[in-house]
Each structure stands twice: as structure tokens, then as C-alpha cells.
Design a protein around this ligand. Structure first.
Ligand SMILES: Cc1cc2nc3c(=O)[nH]c(=O)nc-3n(C[C@H](O)[C@H](O)[C@H](O)COP(=O)(O)OP(=O)(O)OC[C@H]3O[C@@H](n4cnc5c(N)ncnc54)[C@H](O)[C@@H]3O)c2cc1C
Length: 297
């Protein structure tokens, strides 16, 4: 389909955006172009601009699970974190991609819909969570995912339904450049909302998420032999050791950065973990975090 959409201008297209401001690790270079559309029409318009300029598209939510290269990201970065809004139809909650998980769970409970409490406390947007199939306390987004509507780089809108084969733990069901614009989750109707609220608060407390600044989500996927956190701990990789980035003592599969740290240092730490875990434990770690831009060994 040719791109012919009405042009709106309620978003700003920024050149040379400092992407460390849009990554929870607070590292990395600049995006050639950056836009934060607030509506589907705006997103279509942004994609049209990229199409006309021949720019590759990179999509992010709120950047809690990405590592941005120090050389930056060529083309256009679109963040859907500003796309808000939800509606309820029976047991379906249909949400814009930028809603936070926290807000989504609260609104669902207010409308007598439960089933997401276990993942309460995970930072980031619902689209980011669907993209990586976020998991916590034995519950994953794929348990409640019904469909997502997404926009392709050539301006077509498609629907991806809830075939579970699309999801593996923390593996994206979406290709580069496919932008989720609307997501439907099927929840469980229930009047036990007070209990659900309490359960949610308990999970938030249990998870004890540290402040998101300078912190990443899980770097590696769990292995068939042991969790990635266990492997990193067993390989003796946690702690600062005089570097700008470290695997957290508290959450060994997450990286914490210190001011002045570069993405190159984070990447080197990730590579070191892969090599050390292979040498010491014979296990191949698979990355979960999304690398944006070019990284070389
Ligand atoms: C302190 C901390 C704790 C965390 N704990 C957990 C945890 O317990 N469990 C867990 O699973 N995760 C955890 N995470 C990781 C992270 O919070 C989740 O993966 C979150 O859902 C990512 O959302 P985001 O909006 O920040 O996505 P981003 O980091 O911005 O993006 C993540 C991926 O989603 C894709 N994406 C984002 N928006 C769209 C869109 N609209 N269309 C298509 N693709 C899109 C991006 O391309 C990228 O590949 C944690 C992170 C932090 C910082």
C-alpha cells in the first residue's frame, strides 16, 4: 500500500537526539532522528516521513530493556511511550502501546478484570512488555495476550493474534520496524478486586525494583540448565571490580552503570559474561536485551 495519509503535526521530529536520555542504562550516542508520536495518525505520519527519506526505523518504548551504541542509531527512532489510552470490552482490555504496566493493572482491577497482578512492578510500557514477553512470578504477558495491531515500515496495518508459538520467554514476536499501535489483553472477570489490589501491592514489594535510572532489565535469557542470574553469580561476575558497569549483586542478571560509563563498557561486560560462563560452566548465554545501533567485538 502506498503511503498516503493525512499529515498531522502534533509531534516533534528531533534531529540528533541524545539517546542516553531514553535508555534506563543512561548510556549511548545519538539518534539521527527521533519522534515520540502520541496517536496512531501521528505514528503513520512519522513512518511516512521515514519512508520518504529512506530512513530505517527503530522502535522503542521507555528504554528499560535496550542498549544504545555509543556511535548512535542511524535513521529514525520512534518511541511509542507517549501513546496512551485504554478501553474495555467485556473481558478484553485494549490499550495504546505507551501505557505503563502499572497503570494498566490498576485500570483493569478498577473494571473487575484481574490476571496481571503477578507482573506488577516491571517498569516500562505494555508494548515493550509484549515485545519481549515480559515475565515475573511465573506469569508472562503471553498468558493474557489476545492480539496486537502493528504498523509496518511501508505503512500497512496488520493484526497479530494470540498464537503462543510467537512467544518464547523474552523473545520478541515482532520484527524490526514493526510498530505495535494497539494491544488487546484477555483478562479474568472477577469481583475480588480488593484481593487483586493487595496481591498486586505484594508483588510490587516482593520484586523490589530499584530506581530505573542506570539500571537494565534482564541481560540474558534463562538457560535450560539454570537461570541466567545463577550462571552469572556462579561465574563470579557480580560486583563493580573497578569498572563503569557491573552485574548487580542483588539481581545478578541485570547491569548497573556508573556516571560516565559508555555503552561500549556495558557491551564488553556482556561479552565477558558470555565468554566466562561458557569457559567456567560450559553454558551458552543468549541475550535478552535489545542492542540498538552497531556493536563490534
Ligand atoms: C529495574 C528493572 C527491572 C526489570 N524487571 C523485569 C522483570 O521482572 N521481568 C521482565 O520481563 N522484564 C523486566 N525488566 C525489563 C523491562 O522493564 C521490560 O522488558 C519492559 O516491558 C520493557 O518495556 P519498555 O517500554 O521499556 O521497552 P524498551 O526497553 O523501550 O524496548 C524493549 C523492546 O521492545 C520493543 N518495543 C517497544 N515498544 C514497541 C512497539 N510499540 N512496537 C514494537 N516493538 C516495541 C523494542 O524494539 C525493544 O526490542 C526490568 C527492567 C528494569 C530496568
Amino acid at each position: 500500500m502506498a503511503l498516503q495519509h493525512q499529515k498531522l503535526s502534533s509531534f516533534v521530529l528531533t534531529e540528533n537526539m541524545d539517546m542516553s536520555r531514553h535508555s534506563s542504562l543512561s548510556t549511548g550516542g545519538r539518534a539521527e532522528y527521533y519522534a515520540e508520536p502520541r496517536s496512531i495518525q501521528d505514528t503513520i505520519h512519522v513512518v511516512e516521513i521515514a519512508y520518504k527519506k529512506g530512513l530505517p526505523i527503530t522502535v522503542i518504548g521507555s528504554g528499560t530493556h535496550v542498549l544504545v551504541a555509543d556511535d548512535g542509531i542511524p535513521g529514525l527512532v520512534i518511541s511509542t511511550a507517549g501513546m496512551k489510552g485504554m478501553s474495555i470490552k467485556g473481558d478484553l482490555i485494549i490499550t495504546a502501546p505507551g501505557e505503563t504496566l502499572d497503570n494498566l493493572i490498576n485500570v483493569a482491577i478498577e473494571h473487575n478484570l484481574i490476571g496481571l497482578e503477578e507482573i506488577a512492578g516491571i517498569p516500562g510500557t505494555i508494548a515493550g512488555a509484549v515485545s519481549v514477553n515480559a515475565v515475573a512470578n511465573g506469569r508472562s504477558i503471553s498468558d493474557v495476550f489476545f492480539y496486537a495491531d502493528y504498523l509496518t515500515a511501508n505503512g500497512e496495518i496488520h493484526r497479530r493474534p494470540c498464537f503462543h508459538d510467537y512467544f518464547k520467554k523474552q523473545k520478541s514476536a515482532f520484527k524490526n520496524g514493526e510498530i505495535m499501535i494497539s494491544i488487546a489483553l484477555r483478562l479474568i472477570p472477577s469481583r475480588k478486586t480488593a484481593e487483586a489490589r493487595e496481591r498486586k501491592e505484594n508483588y510490587v514489594e516482593k520484586m523490589f525494583i530499584p530506581p530505573c535510572r542506570r539500571f537494565s532489565g534482564e541481560i540474558f535469557r534463562d538457560t535450560p540448565f539454570m537461570s541466567a542470574a545463577e550462571a552469572i553469580k556462579k561465574a563470579g561476575l557480580t560486583g563493580k571490580n573497578g569498572r563503569g558497569a557491573e552485574f548487580s549483586e542483588y539481581q545478578p542478571n541485570s547491569i548497573f552503570t556508573y556516571p560516565g560509563c559508555s555503552s561500549g563498557e556495558v557491551y564488553n561486560l556482556i561479552r565477558e559474561a558470555e565468554v566466562t560462563v561458557k569457559e567456567k560452566l560450559g553454558i551458552d548465554l543468549e541475550r535478552s536485551i535489545t542492542l540498538l545501533g552497531n556493536f563490534t567485538d
